[in-house]
Design a protein around this ligand. Structure first.
Ligand code: AP5
Length: 254
């Protein structure tokens, strides 16, 4: 039976030397999943639910960049300052900066509880770097889940999204409202609207997805790892669909 665990991404967000307050339990057959899909399709929402169900670490490169952007100016490297500018415009951060950050935190990826990668890899170059790291450690991916949704619904999801400034839980003003307006159900933190959820940045993000991230679908399809999932319906329905499909997938477990 799966024991739900509380999502703890604090260490991943604080930097390479930080440790999780409660380490996820060691698993005999850990899940190592990548979540693909356009911005706003619901990857973060599903990653949270899957983390509770599967007990793996949830790693979101977007969350790490946003956490780094909140540090004091003097604590930010030039590469991190440049990364913030790319994000504000809705463009992808250069592969070298992304990989530097992921490599610093490779202990999370190598941890025996497994991982759920949300927002990484985003380019073929990033996927190749991850493949090499995992090959060196003799680890393999369980599946690559690709969430699919029409653009009109994606824009509606992004424009109503609210995120907790403390624990990063995700809500939607209409479809997943918090119990108390602007207050996080999980930790009581303040909810805010992301800067890159403005219409102009949304447009740039969708273009960047088509150009750089969509080719990853073919990349993982060729490796026999792709599991396409329709991302319509409630988050719980999509979770059930995901669990069923990954269990039946080429490397399905449980
Ligand atoms: P990142 O934070 O990764 O953003 P993203 O991929 O654009 O994805 P989002 O977080 O916007 O959406 P999501 O799919 O997680 O949807 P969510 O669950 O929140 O990256 C941000 C930026 O960082 C990038 O643009 C780039 O600049 C940079 N970056 C990060 N990683 C990078 C990398 N590897 N390489 C280069 N650059 C990188 O859901 C959206 C909304 O919909 C929410 O309000 C939610 O409540 C609602 N919702 C979810 N599911 C449902 C449902 N079933 N029904 C109704 N509403 C739903």
């Amino acid at each position: 039976m799966n024991v739900p665990i509380k999502s703890d991404r604090a260490a991943w967000l604080q930097g390479p030397s930080a440790e999780c307050s409660t380490l996820p339990a060691e698993r005999a057959r850990p899940w190592r999943l990548i979540l693909l899909g356009a911005p706003g399709v619901g990857k973060g929402t599903q990653a949270e639910l899957l983390t509770e169900r599967l007990g793996a670490c949830h790693l979101s490169t977007g969350d790490v960049f946003r956490a780094a952007g909140k540090r004091r100016d003097c604590e930010q490297s030039p590469a991190m300052k440049a990364a913030m500018e790319y994000m504000r415009r809705g463009e992808l951060v250069p592969d070298s900066t992304v990989w530097e950050m992921v490599r610093e935190r490779s202990n999370c990826i190598l941890h025996c509880s497994g991982f759920i990668l949300d927002g990484f890899p985003r380019t073929i170059g990033q996927a190749e770097s991850l493949r090499k790291l995992m090959e060196n450690e003799k680890l393999s991916l369980s599946a690559v889940v690709n969430y699919e949704l029409p653009v009109s619904e994606i824009v509606q999801r992004l424009s109503g999204r609210r995120t907790c400034e403390k624990c990063k839980s995700v809500f939607h003003v209409k479809d997943r409202p918090p119990k108390i307006e602007s207050v996080c159900d999980r930790c009581g933190g303040r909810l805010f609207q992301r800067e890159d959820d403005r219409p102009q940045a949304i447009k740039v993000r969708l273009e960047a997805y088509d150009q750089s991230t969509a080719p990853l679908i073919r990349f993982y399809e060729n490796l026999g790892l792709l599991v396409p999932i329709v991302a319509q319906g409630s988050p719980e329905e999509i979770l059930a669909r995901t669990m069923e499909k990954i269990a039946a997938g080429p490397q399905g477990q449980e």
